[in-house]
Design a protein around this ligand. Sequence first.
Ligand code: ATP
Ligand code: MG
Length: 555
Amino acid sequence: MSEEKSLNFLEEIIEKDIEAGLHGGRVHTRFPPEPNGYLHIGHATSICLNFGLAKKYNGKCNLRFDDTNPTTEETEYVENIKNDIKWLGFTWDNELYASDYFETLYNFAVQLIEKGLAYVDDSTAEEIAAQKGSTTSPGTNSPYRDRTVEENLRLFREMREGKYKDGEKTLRAKIDMAHPNLLLRDPLMYRIKHEHHHRTGDKWCIYPMYDFAHGQCDSIEEITHSICTLEFIHHRPLYNWFIEQLGIFPSKQYEFARRNLTYTVMSKRKLLQLVNEGHVAGWDDPRMPTISGMRRRGYPAEAFIRFSDTIGIAKRENIVDIGLLEFCVREHLNKTTNRVMAVLDPVKLVVTNYAEGATEWFTAENNPEDETSGTRQIPFTRELWIEREDFMEEAPKKFFRLTPGNMVRLKSAYIVKCDGCVKDSDGNITEVHCTYLPESKSGNDTSGLTVKGTIHWVSVQHARTAEVRLYDRLFRVEDPSNEDGDFKDYINPDSMQVLPAVYIEPALADAKPGDRMQFMRKGYFCADVDSTPDKLIFNRTVTLKDAWAKEQKKG
Ligand code: ATP
Ligand code: MG
């Protein structure tokens, strides 16, 4: 771990800027979510990046809500975004809202009008689109392009005063309709929207466009390094143009590639559809790629940080294997969770030579990966629950679990020898029978036997019942957004399986929502937010993969 990591391209830029004494060597970043949905794993990596750079260079990072579009924004989202960032372990230096700058932005626009660099246009959206031209042909000037400064000032004021209907007028920057970059062909700065805003209420009926808000907000906050995703690379000349024409603080924009993840979608618009159309139970459904969904599923914050660090930043779009995120989750949970026993698909195992009514309490290590995790007591009795799949009446050669004549160890207890099973009239197995070897007691084994299989179990008499929810990928294909047709056609119909009655060991009875643990051989689990002492509910966070194979070898 002590190995020095090479700098990523943003760190290189920042270190050069510091060395050159730019802005007194100060580093100030911002994370600018639009409060129109919950944050997802892509945002998490952006948070790690922006807050991480500020931390690394003793700088600051603002949380700025990019709330310039009244149509889609809600206060509920603001609260959840703050909660998610805090949960990830970051603290912002300032909490700011683009809407707080509406007056300043308006005055900036007036300045540009006064300089002859902006004009009010009566063209319709279709006309403006037609004026744009194409990559191979220049655009055409709007017939309103040469209005006088006085007229523009009056019209823009009237736009603000509510004299015009939505779409009737816009404010455009006067740049160059033949510019090779289409974004600089007189881009829109303001549009009319008679809509209620979540913070400014009905005070405004004109709202700035992204391009005329983002850079100006950065500049107002004196952001030194404004990091955004790659789709804004062609906006950078415009970002610079507005700042230069206004002569305000020279924030600079840098782009990195959006992080996408396999088997899911990341756009908030698509996530909103999943929620609104009931494909999932909500933004925090444990199958969602949202921070709140993944948290509910049991993903620890540390795994997000590790994941973000591992994938680093790229200059080209890429899609990251969800397996890597799961690896980070497992790695953390392996070190931090207690091992417990839970039987998901139970069948009864009767230890026929064990005294009826007797209970022995075995001591088990909570987490072999963590010396400080302590131990707990597990009751052993004559009747136990085991997994149905751990018994086979006729088994193939390599089946090292229960099959007549074979021996296995019951984890933390005894070695037992399988004698057979009992069936009902339909041929269903109702009980498996075995005999135990008293001298094989775990921790004091004098039997001299080695067995190849170890299985988990729960005492019937002491078992508690719980609901377990198993999750699979939300989509059947790696990149649902890139398939033919609608992305929702690729939803995995079996992404959630509910097991209404599983048996868990008594030590789990007081699990609290959010508690994480490993169900031996079954995966990592987390008590759901809906879990109560009367009705325990556990989400499977992630399966174990190879961990048990190793455990079995140890014997
Ligand atoms: P979406 O397409 O999901 O709506 P967005 O870019 O519109 O995403 P914002 O709330 O504007 O969402 O994003 C806030 C910040 O997070 C921006 O700086 C944006 O670039 C970054 N971001 C959003 N999605 C990703 C992603 N998948 N990977 C990395 N950064 C992202
Ligand atoms: Mg955005």
